[in-house]
Design a protein around this ligand. Sequence first.
Ligand code: 5GP
Ligand code: MN
Length: 336
Amino acid sequence: MIKEDIEAIKILLASPKKIVITTHRNPDGDAMGSTLGLYHFLLQKGHQPTVISPNEFPDFLQWLPGTENVTVFERENDTAVKLLKDAEIIFTLDFNTLSRTGDPMQSVLENLEKTYIMIDHHQKPDDYAQYTFSDTNYGSTCEMIYHFIHQLGEGNTINKTIATCLYTGIVTDSGSFRYPSTTGTTHRIVADFIDIGIDNSKIHGMLFDNNSENRIHILARALQNMKVLPKYKTSYSYLSQEELSELGHSKGDTEGVVNYGLSIKDIVFTAFFTENKDEGIIKISFRSKDGFDVNQYAREYFNGGGHINAAGGRSTESLESTIQKFIATLANIKID
Ligand code: 5GP
Ligand code: MN
């Protein structure tokens, strides 16, 4: 974050404040890790922080310290709206356009006159925030929160609780340190966390070896549905609402399934379609290797966005026609 902004934020945080920290709809490990990491930091500094998640967060993140105090906008609407109206500062983490919170939270945020602070690593940030720390070079928002706390001159407040939260987002958004955004600094931060005393092996196990039986059956079905299109170096898979319901789906169960499509030899582009009848949309996850920019692809064809190698989008057409549209786009794009 630029020095002027840090100095202004230092002044803002010099006296106790009512602060809301929020993130995108369907929060992932980085969204929950960064909001809760910042929450524990602000609590320690004498503020009154609250984390608001637009909707329910997945079961596999329930163990994170502080989740019992998270307000879920969709379920606790009145409380959440009051917290937002009373807040003096609103941190928006791991997203950069208010539409990522979904309706009706988006319109509440748009109509508030507040000091917004954005910390995020996605492309093309909107300019709703007074203070913006936006940089796509970082592999996770959690890594940015680490730097933000250090820039405030508060590095020594990072204890085991904060480090546990931040480690969670660093691990999940880096695909366990294998994506190209993983740097020497990423590893040095993690080394710092291990020295502080986080149980890195246990956290990894809680994140990745903590599947419900249903989740494994859902993965199995998605793998069965996988189609490979060697001509386009592309694969895709899908789950219909009927399949999800039959397999006893719960929130977060399809997280990470998309990555299997890229684990096939010579495949550089993959998509995973999930039908959500409640929301009337097909949610799409895109992943790529190397130079193929799925952020641009998702923006151009599926009303979405994200990063170069990981993006998401949506469609309001049927599952079948969404997949047909996807296949039709492949002839128009250059994948190599
Ligand atoms: P996922 O496939 O895991 O849902 O999302 C992959 C990445 O793309 C995440 O970093 C996520 O924040 C971003 N993303 C997912 N859906 C959307 C969307 O509809 N719009 C934008 N701008 N980004 C998205
Ligand atoms: Mn992230």
